[in-house]
Write a protein that binds this ligand. Structure first.
Ligand SMILES: *Cc1c(COP(=O)(O)O)cnc(C)c1O
Length: 427
């Protein structure tokens, strides 16, 4: 089995397991597909922002920088990582439903391009912090257009219950717009929405665009404010198992085409100027670019019930099954040419019965020492990893033209105790 031209058995031998492996070419292709579509079909009047939370490390920002796209961050830590990578601050948008005072101050000091406001108190605080620095900060307002989408279904919610955003239907978003327009040190540029994740239905995005533009037209009428920026968030779905569509990178153009067509149509209907468009794909840029390699260390068969393959990773490197029962596909990377013959569960090494990568993997009969590759782990794995049970967060390598280099080095025992302190009285 190969990824980006590198042999997985060779990678495991060189770097050890568990190991995250990323295909640089795939990441770049996805970034280009999105930005090229905006350039070709929307006159370049927009910028793709990589949603850092999907996979945050310095090398990812270096790639995004070299592809001339932007990034969104949701914490001081993500922003710091971007700054360490030399990422241009003006191409960063900062999110969060409870940005801390120190995070807002840090964003202002870095010169972050856009901050997305999500509460009155936050507008007050940011205005004050910007005033102290003699700055005017560009902001968007996070709106909730009452469209919530997951995979193949979307719901239009009349009374949206979400910790994010202001409802466009209840009047809350209009009232907050009026409030922000009154702030001297905030420059309101427009609106942001993010309707969900792992969405395959184009119509979900189209509907959200329609609702956002209808709201923007209403604001133009009532407050005389015409938004210049519309940020539609991320959420494009990827392949995890054959229950999901397998979309080649170029296939994602169709999502943007549908979305851009809806923007054109809506602006014409309402007599709005075309807004600068931001998109924030995370999962679809990096998810299918990554796999995780594990070694089978133990096999336990409970007759008539289940067979467990115990691997050297688990919920500490991929908590998504434990959190959401997320499904994955696995293969035996050292025997990739053999047909699958049995259904097994992949069990992690943590002291938790729920520490599983999944229960329905179709594999050839595995032996101790076999190499398991879990596919589509590039997004929300490393970024959600922990040191639970004081396991090491695995290293990550980036493969290009068949050769691999570390982008996240292996942890050591010293890393695990670095912040530990024994008070004098306990010694
Ligand atoms: C999570 C998130 C994204 C990225 O979503 P994906 O499903 O990974 O594309 C983008 N914007 C915001 C505000 C988010 O919360």
């Amino acid at each position: 089995m190969e990824l980006g031209g590198a042999d997985c058995v060779e990678l495991a031998r060189t770097f050890g397991t568990p190991l995250y492996v990323f295909d640089e070419a795939y990441i770049r292709r996805m970034m280009r597909v999105y930005q090229d579509t905006i350039d070709a079909e929307y006159g370049g009047n927009g910028l793709v922002l990589f949603a850092s939370k999907a996979f945050c490390c310095e090398a990812m920002y270096a790639i995004a920088k070299s592809e001339a796209i932007g990034a969104d961050v949701v914490s001081g830590g993500e922003l710091y990582t971007a700054m360490q990578a030399g990422f241009p601050a003006e191409r960063i948008t900062m999110h969060g439903n409870n940005k801390l005072p120190r995070e807002l101050s840090y964003a202002l000091d870095c010169g972050v391009g856009t901050i997305v406001l999500d509460e009155y108190s936050e507008a007050d605080l940011l205005d004050e912090l910007a005033a102290q620095r003699g700055k005017v900060q560009t902001v968007l307002i996070r709106i909730n257009p009452g469209v919530e989408a997951h995979t193949h279904a979307y719901v239009q919610t009349a009374t949206p219950d979400s910790k994010f955003g202001f409802s466009t239907q209840s009047g809350a978003a209009e009232a907050f717009t009026r409030y922000v327009l009154g702030k001297k040190h905030l420059r309101l540029a427009g609106y942001h929405c993010h309707i969900g994740s792992q969405i395959f239905e184009k119509q979900s995005f189209v509907l959200a665009v329609q609702k956002d533009l209808a709201f923007m037209a209403q604001i133009k009428r009532t407050l005389g404010f015409e938004a210049e920026v519309l940020n539609m968030g991320g959420g494009f779905g990827i392949w995890y198992t054959d229950e999901d569509a397998k979309i080649p990178p170029e296939g994602y153009r169709e999502y943007l085409r549908a979305l851009i067509a809806a923007v054109h149509a809506g602006c014409e209907t309402y007599g709005l100027k075309l807004p600068f468009l931001n998109l924030e794909p995370g999962r679809s840029i990096v998810g299918e670019a990554g796999i995780t390699l594990y070694t089978v260390g133990a096999i336990k068969e409970i007759p008539g019930i289940r067979k467990y393959l115990a691997i050297d990773g688990g919920m500490f490197d991929n908590p998504r099954f434990a959190l959401y029962q997320s499904k994955y596909t696995a293969v035996l990377a050292n025997r990739a040419d053999e047909a699958p013959t049995e259904i097994v569960a992949l069990a992690g090494k943590c002291c938790e019965s729920g520490d599983l990568i999944g229960t329905q993997f179709n594999l050839p009969k595995a032996q101790i020492g076999d190499l398991v590759a879990v596919l589509s782990t590039g997004a929300y794995n490393y970024s959600m990893a922990s040191n639970y049970n004081r396991n090491f967060i695995p290293a990550a390598v980036l493969v290009k033209d068949g050769s691999a280099e570390y982008i996240v080095k292996p942890q050591t025992y010293e890393d695990l105790v670095r912040n530990d302190v024994i008070p004098e009285r306990l010694k």
